[in-house]
Structure formats: C-alpha cells, structure tokens
Design a protein around this ligand. Structure first.
Ligand SMILES: [Cu+2]
Length: 315
C-alpha cells in the first residue's frame, strides 16, 4: 500500500475514481505531512523552552526577553511555505478545474436539479437538445417542469436518484436547485459543487473506473438532509448505451409518472415549504388541526408533533 492509499484510508476517503482526483489526493497528502512536520517541530520547541527556562535555572524573570531571531526566521519560513502552497499549488489547481472545461462535443452534459431531498437528472437525449423547463410546470409527475410542447424534449431523459455515465468520458454537470442550497458531492470522483436556486454552476470530472459510487448532499439542507443520497453508475460504453436505450423506452411507454419525492420521517406536513418549521407565534397552518395535535402552546412544536399519532389525545 502506497502512502497515498494509506492517508486516504486514515482520512476515511474512498479510493479515487476520477482522472483529476490524484492531484487532490496529493495536495491533501502533502498538507498532512507538512502539518505533521510542523506539529513535531513546534512540540520539540515547546519542550525545549520548558526545560531551558525552568525555574531552578532561571530564578528571576529576564525582562529583556529573547534576543535571538531564530523564531522570526522560523515563522517567516512557515508563512513562505504556506504562500507557495496556496499560490503555487492550490490556486492554479482550482483555476484549472473551473476555467478549463472539456470541449462540449467530447463531454457528456447533464443537468442536475437538486430538491429536498433528492437529485434529479435531465439528459438531452439523442438530439443533444434540452427541453425548455419552466418552474410553473413543476408537478409531482413533472419534477423538472419540462415543457411538454417543446419538440426538443421528446427524447429527453429524466431520472431521479440514479445517473449512469460512460467510463473515460468527461462529464459536465450543471447544478441548480428547486428550493434551498444543496451541495452535489461524489466523494469517489473528488468533486463537489453547490446547487443554488437561480444559479447554474457547472462542474466536471472524468470517471476512470467502472463501478457504483455514492452521491451525497454535502450542505445541511433540511430535516431530511441525512437521507439525501443518490447513485452514480460508471458503465462501459456498451452498458451505457443499453441504459440510455432502456431509459428512452421507459420514457416512451411510461404510463405512471415518477413517484413524488417522499418526505423523510419527522419532516413536518403542512402548507409550509418542506424543511420549514414555523417560528413561534406564526399563524397555525390550516391542516394542523386535522392531525389532532390539540392546543399546544408552541406552534413550531405543534407542527413538529403533527405527523406523530402519539400526539393525538386518546379517546
Ligand atoms: Cu441537500
């Protein structure tokens, strides 16, 4: 096992599965070794000071203090190394990620639309054109609000939770959100990006290993945040084509719309937007009474208790 694999395991990181991930692993590894060296150095200096300036050797305080400039030079060196890390490695690495996108024809473009508490994917289909989306058309059966009259949408593919991509081909994911700020994170691909309502944030990566990887939301986005997970399946090109065909056939014959997003346990049911707990003193939502919550003095508490049958008074 090389040192990179060791440090990944120590940090609880899964093995890298993307073309750029090793660069991130290297900088994480370098920073950890550098911090270890600093820790050992400063600890040794601290112990030296404790012994060198002990009371028995220095019964009276020296008000002149230290006259050597060693510590100044040491601190200056540390600042220099950190500046080189930041300016020489971190910023150029970051710039390459956000400025140099793979050419559109070569890459697979997918729209990722986050919502409480799942990720929806919109693929353009064979024509390479995304259908128009309109927030006013969003419904349980049309989670992305795709315009049914747009001819570009006839072959579009919409999935929730699971995305398939081919191996060794760059993927550009354009992130947005329907409700609150989420963060689309694929730990194995060493890639993450915020999904923000009203913004379109592109990220890209090239998977280099086939397999099934976990996608998680890395931004605390509501009561169901813990359950906001998805799957990225990296297929061989043949398997990917088979999946595309299967999805296209499914979209053509689908009589039942995709299931509405399920609310996780504990999520309040009310007229309020998902994930919202009303502030104390706010007007009571109309359906709170229907739950038999009774006259709780605290509206937020009442709302919170509403789904639990135990809160109902026994007959
Ligand atoms: Cu989220």
């Amino acid at each position: 096992m090389n040192s990179l694999a060791l440090i990944n395991e120590f940090l609880g990181q899964p093995p890298n599965a993307s073309s750029h991930g090793y660069q991130i692993d290297h900088i994480i590894e370098f920073c950890h070794w550098f911090m270890a060296a600093l820790f050992v150095g400063w600890s040794a200096f601290f112990i030296y000071v404790l012994i060198r300036f002990r009371k028995s050797r220095q019964p009276r305080a020296d008000h002149g203090g230290v006259r050597s400039h060693v510590s100044t030079h040491l601190e200056f060196s540390v600042v220099m190394i950190e500046a080189v890390l930041l300016l020489g490695f971190a910023i150029p690495l970051w710039a390459r990620r956000v400025n140099q996108f793979p050419p559109g024809k070569e890459a697979l473009l997918v729209h990722v639309v986050a919502q409480q508490f799942s990720f929806n994917y919109h693929l353009p289909g064979a024509d390479g054109q995304f259908a128009r989306r309109d927030v006013n058309l969003v419904s349980n059966s049309n989670p992305l609000g795709i315009d049914p009259n747009d001819p570009a949408g006839k072959d579009d593919i919409v999935t929730t939770g699971e995305l398939h991509v081919p191996v060794d081909r760059p993927v550009i994911a354009e992130l947005s959100s329907k409700d609150v700020i989420h963060d689309y994170f694929i730990p194995d691909m060493r890639i993450a990006g915020d999904a923000i309502p009203g913004s379109l944030i592109p990220i890209w990566f090239t998977p280099v290993k086939t397999g099934t990887y976990e996608v998680i939301c890395a931004q605390l986005c509501g009561l169901g945040h813990y359950g906001m997970k998805g799957t990225l399946v990296v297929d061989t090109p043949q398997d990917y084509q088979a999946w595309l065909k299967e999805r296209a056939e499914l979209a053509g014959t689908q009589a039942t719309p995709p299931a509405p997003t399920q609310r996780p346990p504990g999520e309040p049911i009310s007229g309020a937007p998902p994930g919202t707990i009303l502030p104390p003193g706010a007007p009571k939502p109309p359906n709170a009474d229907a739950q038999g919550a009774g006259a709780s003095p605290h509206p937020a508490q009442q709302l919170h208790n509403a789904p639990a049958p135990a809160a109902s008074p026994t007959p």
